[in-house]
Design a binder for this molecule. Structure first.
Ligand code: NIG
Ligand code: FE
Length: 394
């Protein structure tokens, strides 16, 4: 991962070439310096006049869902807040009703359709969370679906268990009963079957408090999962400090992070995964990206693609919002959407940059200058996506 001023170093090479063999990058540099003998059978891509970047790594999504929240979008336009909609049984609970009824194959089919769209927009690795089932069978249905999609190897997928996304209606008067279910049944099963690389918790007022979050995450750690937290999104609860204490890979959202929280992320080497699309969509303020970067925290940006708080998976759009609303430079936004996104998934050794030995995950953008990715927004500039060395027909 890159921190501080290093985040501005994107390592631009003019007239560059990249050689990929068996899915990996084996050479990169200025074309006229390539002395490597090229294999006879090689597919050549002419990217002259274009920009080649590492595929984007979207480290935070809830992109497996069913149903629609367009109605809530309308209500918010009329002034209702995310919290008010949730209090009235909408929000996450609305999506849960639909996901519980959906068959695994339906969830997989609609997610697979979105995955193709992600690839068209340049994302080559994506994290997908459970958390819209909130009972044993439905959480497992989601995680199995996510893992089965991962096995198809069209795009890189990392699965995250977030049973602690909300208290389901049947436990409304007995939230401890649900926490017991997560700790005693769900986590051991998910751990044993290796259904998730990460465990995440919505650490927030009205969802899971600090103590509950710590218990759940500590249990998940014992069962082999790495950790993430939804922290300080709506209120400053101290989730960032908890992420630092537990050695989480990332703390996500952070719209209301405090100075102490920033210090904890820095000390703990935790990636701050910021979600510019959520701030735009919910209009609830932006995370202090400048302060985080200047303090030396590794900042990633992710889409948080989900039906309630960000109905977009476009990483270039997230970069535009990061630059215009959060004062990140275009170079910082690129690092945040690639290498630091990979670090948020513990994958910075294999994806997120164009380096020898890494997976050949590349995007070709039809733009005259890499800054156009964030600068010229609202259109898709990606003309080709290469995943693991394979040129995708999309
Ligand atoms: O990251 N904050 C909690 N979870 C999601 C929202 C999920 C939803 O509203 O369906 C988020 O914003
Ligand atoms: Fe989220």
């Amino acid at each position: 991962m890159k921190t501080g001023k290093e985040m501005r170093e994107v390592g631009m090479i003019e007239n560059a070439g990249v050689l990929c063999e068996e899915g990996n990058i084996t050479w990169v540099g200025p074309m006229n310096k390539c002395e490597k003998e090229l294999p006879a059978e090689i597919a050549e891509v002419d990217a002259s006049g274009k920009v080649v970047l590492p595929g984007f790594v979207d480290s935070h999504t809830h992109m497996m869902f069913a149903g629609s929240r367009a109605h809530e979008f309308g209500l918010r336009a009329e002034g209702a807040t995310y919290e008010q909609i949730a209090e009235q049984g909408g929000g996450i609970l609305n999506t849960i009703t639909h996901v519980r009824k959906a068959a695994k194959r339906e969830l997989k089919r609609s997610t697979a359709r979105s995955l193709l769209d992600l690839l068209r927009h340049g994302t080559t690795t994506v994290e997908i969370k459970s958390g819209y089932g909130l009972d044993m069978d439905s959480e497992i249905k989601m995680l199995e679906g996510i893992n089965e999609l991962a096995e198809e190897e069209i795009i890189g997928i990392v699965s995250t268990f977030i049973g602690a996304h909300a208290i389901p209606p049947e436990f409304k008067t007995n939230p401890q009963g649900y926490i017991d279910l997560i700790m005693q049944k769900m986590i051991p099963y998910v751990g044993k079957k290796r259904l998730a690389a990460f465990c995440d918790v919505f650490c927030e007022k009205g969802y899971f408090d600090l103590q509950q979050s710590e218990l759940i995450l500590s249990e998940a750690k014992k069962h082999g999962m790495a950790l993430k937290l939804h922290a300080e999104e709506l209120t400053p609860l101290g989730g960032a400090e908890l992420a630092g204490r537990l050695g989480a890979a990332s703390a996500d959202h952070l719209e209301h992070i405090t100075d102490k929280g920033i210090e904890a992320l820095k000390t703990g080497g935790v990636v701050a995964a910021l979600l510019p699309g959520v701030s735009l969509f919910l209009n609830h303020g932006y995370a202090p990206a400048r302060k985080l970067i200047d303090a030396g925290v590794a900042v990633a940006i992710a889409s948080d693609f989900n039906p309630g708080s960000c109905m977009s998976f476009s990483m270039p759009l997230m970069m535009t919002i990061a630059c215009t609303q959060m004062r990140m430079t275009p170079e910082e936004a690129i690092t945040a959407a690639t290498l630091n996104g990979a670090a948020a998934l513990n994958l910075s050794g294999s994806v997120g940059s164009i380096e020898v030995g890494k997976q050949a995950d590349l995007v070709v953008a039809n733009i005259p200058d890499y800054r156009y990715l964030a600068y010229h927004f609202g259109t898709n500039h990606i003309s080709m996506t290469i995943k693991n060395g394979t040129i995708l027909e999309l």
